[in-house]
Design a protein around this ligand. Structure first.
Ligand code: KMH
Ligand code: ZN
Length: 280
């Protein structure tokens, strides 16, 4: 079903992720200071929302609640970005720790709509887990971003909204993640099919393409009125043989493509309105 194109483009930055190691990617923002520096640079380049995974002192992925709280506070103090915590974490994180992420009181959280093969691992999102996490987001007034890695996840979103109603704020925002080995491929035909299958309740959607599918997916999303996500969580190579300089470089690239497409980047305050983020 068609969704009205917004006049501006929400650019989400996913700066860190849980998969790359600091040893392999030394410029990955893994400390709180590095994350804040990256977030500020990305905001200046046009990002409006930051999708956050954090690391411990050894740079390993963690869902430590104290660190999550400190991260939310620091990002709120230093930027205007909408702060979205990942409830996906790393493939090894248990469900109970992923549910506890909401205790850090973010503006938004990711909520993946089904299990998916994820490279050599499995990213577990059982229906019982989704049925626990979603009502918790409603109770805590945290706006979920429904992550869709596969067409079956779109079907699960229909089922969830039918059963539990609208999220806090009554806006329904989805993010398609294409190109994960095991999920939907990162091409325009797949994205078009997935967009067509969205529930009528959806008010906005973005898309990200993993690895080399980043730019093709961004172009396809823009042409369909969608928003964009980029970042070193998803893409570490800027062009063939050229590593990504930093997260801001990825934001700058899609900000200029979006501007060329007539839909320049959306400021964080407008993102708050688009997603009906609670003022905290
Ligand atoms: N790290 C992946 C296993 C999310 O943030 O919600 C899950 C992920 C999705 O990145
Ligand atoms: Zn993530």
């Amino acid at each position: 079903m068609p969704i009205a194109a917004h006049a501006r483009t929400l650019i989400t930055i996913a700066p860190t992720g849980a998969e790359s190691t600091k040893a392999d990617v030394p410029h990955l923002p893994t400390t709180l200071d590095e994350l804040v520096v990256a977030a500020k640079a990305c905001e200046a380049a046009g990002a409006g929302l930051v999708h956050v995974h954090i690391r411990d002192d050894q740079h390993a992925p963690t869902l430590d609640l104290g660190r999550l709280r400190a991260t939310v506070t620091a990002l709120r103090e230093e930027t205007s970005l909408v702060v979205q915590l990942s409830t996906g974490g790393a493939v090894s994180d248990p469900y109970e720790d992923r549910l506890a992420v909401l205790d850090a009181e973010p503006d938004s959280c990711s909520l993946t709509m089904g299990t998916v093969n994820f490279g050599d691992g499995v990213f577990m999102n059982s229906w019982p887990f989704i049925q626990q996490l979603y009502p918790l987001t409603q109770e805590r007034a945290v706006v979920p971003e429904f992550e869709l890695f596969d067409l079956g996840h779109v079907a699960a979103l229909h089922r969830l909204l039918d059963r539990f109603g609208l999220p806090y704020g009554e806006k329904v925002h989805c993010d398609f993640v294409l190109g994960v080995p095991g999920g939907m491929p990162g091409d325009a035909a797949t994205l078009a099919a997935a967009v067509q299958a969205l529930p009528d309740e959806v008010t906005s959607w973005s898309a990200t393409g993993i690895g080399r599918t980043s730019v093709p997916v961004a172009l396809a999303a823009l042409s369909m009125g969608g928003h964009l996500r980029v970042g070193m969580e998803d893409t570490l190579t800027y062009a063939k043989g050229q590593p990504v300089r930093d997260n801001a470089q990825l934001v700058e690239r899609v900000a200029s493509i979006a501007t060329l497409a007539g839909r320049p980047p959306m400021a964080a305050d407008d993102v708050r309105e688009l997603l009906a983020i609670k003022r905290r």
